[in-house]
Design a protein around this ligand. Structure first.
Ligand code: ATP
Ligand code: MG
Length: 568
């Protein structure tokens, strides 16, 4: 499917856009430059989509640019597989970085020189303490840190040691380069943080060239400054790191000083967003891959049938704030329904079929009945649906013993078949095991496509497919990945896998769908009447072997006539 550039219904406005607008008005910046800086250590998820919409959205709105920068300063966990998927996902979401694709690892030399300059200015020193000691001596919120015995080394000695760290004269972990700030600072991040560590690890882009790697808090401001970023937007947990971001730029030879602004990260109920947890689900085979339709990954949502337009609308509706909170899945689903409702044709599909035989309908007769493609939009036309003596209806649309207020099919009761006739259940045929094999019915030829001429009413309309013409399909229904709404409520140390919803996937085989769906392939989406919105599974659906995923259920159904029935 081609995707138009998603535009939210209302132009976005939030505290970050206010800052950007003010900076443009005051002349502080002539042009806004933002960046989206993923670490290529996993697939993007809906939380990243929020950040992408914010950063690329601001650039689009204010006629600026947004860089896509791979923040690949940690060699251990990164992979080209992720680099490729991230680009694909950002494009799919509707954004384009043009020529502005960058890799933090391209700046390793510059970062090194910058650190050497900090050393020369007496702002950084080589420390021989092992990392555990550095950590222990940092103190705590209650207790100031202790100064390293190596803190007062001369500039010359520091420069010499730092150069030799680079050359590989010391084993991993033997030395670090630390900023010389303040061991009694109330902000722990300012207590002589480590800027460089020795680590012999192959980097996916620089290979074995580097033996020392910069720490994130040091590298990030330099990356931003090198690229001339004006507003460096990140999530709230970096608020306490901002003084170090500013210190790094104020104390070294930075050409500009981007402004770091924090916003609340997105978390959605009943799912996980941490890359570590997502990776575990994938690696332990608990889901079918990064694109499992139950995952909140962009690839998963996409395979599930989500559209970039609906995600754009979702990002616009959640807005951007400074308060962390959990968003209900229902909001995402509502955006999805609003979008799919407009774009999807209706189809009939029977997920749990039971056979209906219309005894007074001729054996070999077939009628082509008109079915609206979109009942609310006559311009979308209609299609022909074959009707004959043997049909399938939904198992759930029939009861052998009807409970009170049950208005669908039951012995002696009459219902309307969508776009077809009234039928009445005359008798039930069971197989040897006692299972319902057939519902023997009669139809009223006078009710074709509408109401009974004698004014008699039925209280339910149900969907159906022709047994002879229907195509067989597998249908996958999804539910929340986690039973718990919020992992924040899960006790510390408890394994989140304990909260996986064992019913998150229900696979239905032997479903029957309208013959029009027989050629369905990837990219197709429809509303299956009364069942929800579905898409052809992008991996597994082929003509002859149909597989549909339910994207989202319906908010309500046209079969509401039947009051007290459970919502679908
Ligand atoms: P990691 O733990 O690996 O750092 P991360 O989720 O921060 O995970 P990054 O690749 O560093 O992953 O994220 C890229 C950008 O996306 C960052 O700027 C980050 O702030 C933003 N981002 C990540 N998760 C969310 C989220 N849940 N909501 C909003 N923005 C997010
Ligand atoms: Mg991160």
């Amino acid at each position: 499917m081609t995707t138009a550039v998603p535009q939210p219904l209302v132009p976005a406005s939030d505290f970050i856009r206010d800052i950007v607008e003010a900076d443009l008005k005051s002349g502080k910046h002539a042009k806004v430059v933002t960046r989206f800086p993923p670490e290529p250590n996993g697939y993007l998820h809906i939380g990243h989509a929020k950040s992408i919409h914010l950063n690329f959205g601001i650039a689009r709105q204010f006629d600026g640019t947004c860089h896509l920068r791979f923040d690949d300063t940690n060699p251990a966990t990164e992979d080209v597989e992720y680099v490729d998927s991230i680009q694909e996902d950002v494009r799919w979401l509707g954004f384009d970085w043009g020529k502005n694709l960058f890799y933090a690892s391209d700046y390793f030399e510059e970062m090194y020189q910058y650190a050497a300059e900090l050393v020369k200015r007496g702002k950084a020193y080589v420390c021989d303490l092992p990392l555990e000691e550095v950590r222990r001596m940092r103190g705590s919120f209650q207790k100031p840190g202790e100064e390293s015995p190596y803190r007062e080394r001369s500039v010359a000695e520091n420069l010499d040691l730092f150069t030799r760290m680079r050359k590989g004269e010391f084993p991993d972990g033997a030395k670090t380069l630390r900023a010389k700030i303040d061991m009694s600072s109330p902000n722990m991040n300012m207590r002589d943080p480590v800027l460089y560590r020795i680590k012999r690890a192959r980097h996916h882009r620089t290979g074995d060239k580097w033996l020392i790697y910069p720490m994130y808090d040091y590298a990030h401001p330099i990356e931003d400054a090198i690229e001339g970023i004006t507003h460096s937007i990140c999530t709230l947990e970096f608020e306490d790191h901002r003084p170090l971001y500013d210190w790094t730029l104020d104390n070294g030879p930075a050409k500009c000083h981007p402004r770091q602004i924090e916003f609340a990260r997105l978390s959605v109920e009943h799912t996980v967003m941490s890359k570590r947890k997502l990776l575990r689900l994938v690696q332990e085979g608990l889901v079918s891959g990064w694109d499992d339709p139950r995952l909140p990954t962009v690839q998963g949502l996409r395979r599930r049938g989500y559209t970039p337009e609906a995600i754009a609308e979702f990002c616009a509706r959640i807005g951007v704030t400074k308060f962390n909170s959990s968003t209900e899945v229902a909001l995402l689903e509502d955006c999805m329904r609003d979008d799919l409702n407009k774009r999807c044709s209706r189809m009939m599909a029977v997920l749990k079929p039971v056979k209906v035989v219309i005894e007074n309908y001729p054996e070999d007769k077939v009628e082509e009945l008109d079915a609206a493609n979109h009942p609310a939009d006559p311009s979308s036309g209609s299609r022909k649906v074959p009707f004959c003596r043997e049909l399938y209806i939904e198992e759930d649309d029939f009861r052998e013993v009807a409970p009170p207020k049950y208005h669908r099919l039951a012995p002696g009761k009459e219902v309307r078949l969508r776009y077809a006739y009234f039928i009445k259940l005359e008798r039930i045929v069971k197989d040897a095991s006692g299972k319902v094999a057939e519902l023997r019915c009669t139809y009223d030829p006078a009710t074709r496509g509408g109401d009974a001429p004698d004014g008699r009413k039925v209280k339910a309309t149900i969907h159906w497919v022709s047994a002879r013409h229907a195509a067989e399909a597998e249908v996958r229904l999804y539910d929340h990945l986690l039973s718990a709404a919020d992992l924040g409520d899960v006790p510390e140390g408890e394994d989140f896998l304990k909260h996986l919803n064992p019913k998150s996937l229900e696979t239905l085989k032997g479903c029957r769908v309208e013959p029009a769906l027989a050629q369905a392939g990837p990219g197709g989406r429809w509303q299956f009447e009364r069942q929800g919105y579905f898409c052809a599974d992008s991996r597994d659906c082929k003509p002859g072997s149909l597989v549909f995923d339910r994207t989202v259920t319906l908010r309500d159904t046209w079969a509401k006539i039947e009051k007290g029935g459970k919502p679908r």
